[in-house]
Ligand binder design. Sequence first.
Ligand code: ATP
Length: 237
Amino acid sequence: MLLSVKNLEVSYGNIRALHGIDFEIAEREIITIIGANGAGKSTTLRAISRMVEVGPNTSMTCQGVDLLKFSADKVVSRLGVSHVPEGRRLFGNLTVRENLELAAFARKDHEGVKKDIQQVFEIFTRLDERKWQKAGTLSGGEQQMLAVGRAFVSGRKLMLLDEPSMGLAPLLMLRVFEALKEINQQGTAILLVEQNARLALKFAQRGYVLENGKIALKGEAKALLEDPEVKKAYLGG
Ligand code: ATP
C-alpha cells in the first residue's frame, strides 16, 4: 500500500470531526471520499498533510514509513504527498511560473523540476499562454489548473484534491479532470474529495462514503454508483 490510515481520529476542541476511520490507497490508484457537508472530508485530507493533529490511537504509513513522524513541509518534500486545498490558495501577486517554481522549492532535483513545470504547461496549454500573468488575475478555472499544477510539481507520489470541480464551468471541469487522469497515468496516486459524488465515482476506482465522521460504506466506485442508498443520498435518486 502507498498510504494506509488506521483509526483516524480528529477533534476540533470538544468537537470530534472524525471517529476513527480506516482507508488505504495503493500505488497509482485513484480513490474518492464522498459525503455531505461537514462529514469530515476536508479534515481527512488535512490529517494526511499534517495540518491538524490526530488522536493518540491513529496510525498512518506512507510507502511503509510512519507518516506521523513528518512535519507538514516534510510530508510534501520527503514523501511526495501534495494537497490542493479547497479555495486554491495561490500567490496572487506572483506570476503563474513563479507559483509553480515556489511549489517545488523543497526539491533538490532542479532538472526534474524544470521538466515537471514544462509538463504542466503541456497539460494545461492555457497556463503556458499565461505564464507571465499574475496568478491573482487568472480566471477561476485557470486558477484551479494552476493549483493542480502546483501539486503536480511539489508532490509526485500522492495528490490530495479537495473539491477541484468547485466553481468550474462544465467544460473547464472536464479539462481539469482529463489532466488529472493524465497525471495519474504518469504514476501519481490521487485521493479526491468531492461534493459532486457522481463525477467523483466516475473518475475513481474505489470510493468511501463518509457520514458524520465515520465510513458508512466503501467499495468499487462502479458498485457505489449503482448502490440504492448512495443513489438516494448522494446522486439525486
Ligand atoms: P464540506 O463538504 O462542507 O466542505 P467536509 O466534509 O469537508 O465538509 P470538514 O470541513 O472536514 O467537512 O468538517 C468536519 C466537521 O468539523 C464539521 O462539523 C466542521 O464544522 C468541523 N470543523 C472543521 N474545521 C474546523 C475548525 N477549524 N474548527 C472547528 N470545527 C471545525
